[in-house]
Design a protein around this ligand. Structure first.
Ligand SMILES: [Zn+2]
Length: 368
């Protein structure tokens, strides 16, 4: 599901309020179908495209947010083919979200979750378009390039959500000094059994954790990975690794732009990650600037300097570029790809608590 759709008629990306306003249609928010006529629905289906992969089959649906108390009812666009399945191209950001027929509820769309960030980025994109540093065709060209890149490489999804939980715990061990337990450690006055057990596990997994993809593996990535594993078992998804150098460049420049531009964005800090401080919403904009600058960081930063100095245009609908972030789900897809290469859950128990209990038991046994 996407909060926006690309209108061929209006030649821009619109959310449902902007769309209905332009169409001169009033919707009843209380009704599940918004009280839209069949003719209006048919028009939408023929005109609207996915903002990411440009597939058709659009319909306006309502999803109830998951008990956060905010925005309990949100309008989304779904893109479904004649057989009732996802119409998105493989690799589209919205592919998995629209895969199950029937309205999904409680789906969180990460990059649209924060309205404040979206507003800041929308303004920047509008300015960029107004002064000619970005253009609609360039944005579309970037999406095509990216989907082609993603189509070129894929992996088969394997493993269970429990493996993702386990891997997250193992990755987290890196915050402890890796130290193999020795019975003489018990004489230290500051010895702490649980901590020593975690250090012992960190030592045991010290080579393994080096193989885990270098991404910001926080709880949000873990949960997103679990959803990917549940929804796409046995299917082929995009391997992101070939795009890593561009992703890293994007993340680095995004962080720089947030700092130099003094942008008031939400910060996401994750454990042991070099991109932990990169505001998610800024990645899309940064990637586009880099793309039109032929992946030259200085050229992109130069464009950003002009954009920052520009006046804010009146029409902010130009800046709807929700489906723009090519690296959306980079981290979760990388974790899923890594999990696909591990021994299957039928061959070993992925139970971190049991392993920790074992390490504690080993220490207690040394106490005698
Ligand atoms: Zn799509």
């Amino acid at each position: 599901m996407s909060h926006t759709a690309y209108s061929q008629h209006f030649a821009q990306e619109l959310d449902f309020k902007q769309l209905l306003k332009r169409r001169g249609v009033t919707a009843s928010l209380e009704q599940v179908d918004y009280g839209l006529s069949q003719a209006e629905r048919d028009w939408m289906r023929s005109d609207l495209l996915c903002p990411s992969c440009r597939c058709g089959g659009a319909s306006l649906v309502r999803s109830d947010a998951n008990g956060t108390g905010r925005n309990t009812r949100q309008a989304h666009f779904r893109f479904i083919d004649a057989s009732g399945h996802t119409a998105h191209k493989l690799g589209c950001d919205f592919f998995a979200m629209d895969d199950v027929p029937g309205v999904q509820r409680g789906v969180d769309v990460q990059f649209s979750a924060n309205d404040k960030d979206t507003k800041v980025i929308r303004e920047l994109v509008c300015k960029a378009i107004a002064i000619g540093e970005l253009s609609k065709p360039a944005i579309f060209e970037m999406r095509s390039w990216f989907l082609a890149q993603r189509d070129a490489d894929a992996f088969e999804v394997k493993g269970t959500p429990a493996v993702a939980d386990w891997l997250w715990s193992i990755n987290r061990l890196q915050i402890y000094e890796a130290l193999e337990f020795q019975p003489f450690h018990l004489i230290f006055p500051g010895f702490d059994t649980r901590r020593a057990a975690l250090r012992d596990l960190a030592f045991y997994y010290r080579d393994f954790v080096k193989r885990i993809p270098r991404i910001g593996f926080d709880a949000a990535v873990r949960d997103r990975t679990k959803r990917i594993l549940m929804a796409n078992q046995g299917q082929r998804l995009i391997a992101m690794e070939p795009l890593r150098s561009r992703y890293e460049m994007t993340a680095r420049l995004a962080g720089l732009m947030a700092a130099y531009g003094n942008l008031s964005l939400t910060r996401r800090r994750s454990l042991g990650s070099i991109y932990g401080d990169t505001p998610e919403a800024l990645l899309a904009f940064t990637a586009t600037l880099l793309f039109v600058s032929h992946w030259d960081e200085n050229a992109a930063l130069g464009r950003f300097a002009k954009i920052i100095a520009a006046a804010t245009p009146d029409d902010l609908t130009l800046g709807n570029v929700i489906g723009l972030n090519p690296f959306h789900d980079f981290a979760a897809l990388e974790v899923a790809r890594f999990i696909a290469g591990l021994a299957p859950p039928s061959e070993r128990a992925y139970d971190f608590e049991a392993e920790l209990a074992g390490a504690i038991a080993k220490i207690n046994a040394a106490r005698g």
